[in-house]
Design a protein around this ligand. Sequence first.
Ligand code: PLP
Length: 441
Amino acid sequence: MPHCSDCGSLLDVGYEWDRLPVPSSLREFEARWGLRNSPNDFSGVWRFRELLPFAPEEKIVTIGEGQTILQKSAAVAQYVGIDEKSLFLQYEGLNPSGSFKDNGMTAASTHANMVGAKLAACASTGNTSASLAVFASTARLFDVVVFVGSGKIAYGKLSQALDYGAKTLQIQGDFDDALSQVRDVCKKRGIYLCNSVNPFRLEGQKAIMYRVLEGLGWDVPDWIVVPGGNLGNSSAFGKAFLELKQLGLIDRVPRLAVINAAGANTLYRLYEQQQVKWNAGNFDRNVIEDFYTEMDGENRRARTLATAIEINRPVNLAKCLRALDVCDGVVRQVSDQEILDAKAQVGGGGFGCEPASGASVAGARLLQREGVISKSDRVVCILTGHQLKDPTATVAYHSSDENQTDESLHLAGVEQAPYANQPQVVENDFEKIMDVLHQFG
Ligand SMILES: *Cc1c(COP(=O)(O)O)cnc(C)c1O
């Protein structure tokens, strides 16, 4: 399903806008906010349905996704190094399954419903499976089988797939292996594939940008900063802005910063180091081929504590190049140390996030230090997943000494925990407890 039979590239959803009813102003969507008894209006994705008009209303599968907010955080702004009133955090972890993936999964589930799919599948580093599983368990339109790699999946995520009743296959390999297998299996068995190779998922994820604009009173920010894994999100964001500009609903597009983990930096290497650019669709495929051939030759595998972005071959690479072109984008890489430090700042100054999400804040900080982002720029960091997704990484960080990390972090190359909030061990004794409380002042 997701590939062009002529050129083999991923399919892309296009609309004949001049034959469709498009509102004259984005403000018109706000009127639907109050209609809480109408699920398609309440949804943070489908209340914008004229901007993703591929589904008849009665086929829409919604579970109340997209009730997420744009927040300011003085503490995080200070950490990033920009004005307090200019930094915004978009908490996509507040979705029903705890990650932004629900924005896309409502759209893929809707399309699965349109084509009458009875079985859907995905490969996942954890959040895609959690999202697909909750759509299956609540909508009860199709069964689900999820493929996860062994070992690396965070417990919060695995527990969701199991609890929501998804058939779960732990493939003895990494995410890229699981994805490659699920693609073959779906093709052979006619199973509906819900990875972000599915172009409808990206349609739903455009809504994250509509809500960011809504949160800013329909003003366009200067920067959107997002972690990059399989590059579905960044691709969707670029498409959203391209379309809004074409429709005359915004007058300019923000710049886009996609942040890789240094241990999973395919996009960074190709875009920034090897200068692979969109080039009106004629991007240099040979450079990419050579890159992957070398990667396989050296058996170089992605490795980062931010497991949601631990990806070797981002499937949406081409669409992301288009997004970077539309949004005059930049790509940066940040270390696991920077990711976990930024994550601790988001926790200490806000609602928290999972490691991969910390990459956006770490990336914004890096770009500010480089002078690419200026102190007065309005910057929106996308926090892709909920704080509770990966308690292991969080507890390991906070259990560490400032200069000596927990063994699991140390092994992963994270040497320090400057923002650790260690639990203090106290004897089971009233006076001792009182003594400790005195130290707090
Ligand atoms: C999936 C995921 C990402 C990566 O998003 P892509 O669209 O694959 O680039 C980042 N953070 C979290 C929490 C995720 O679940």
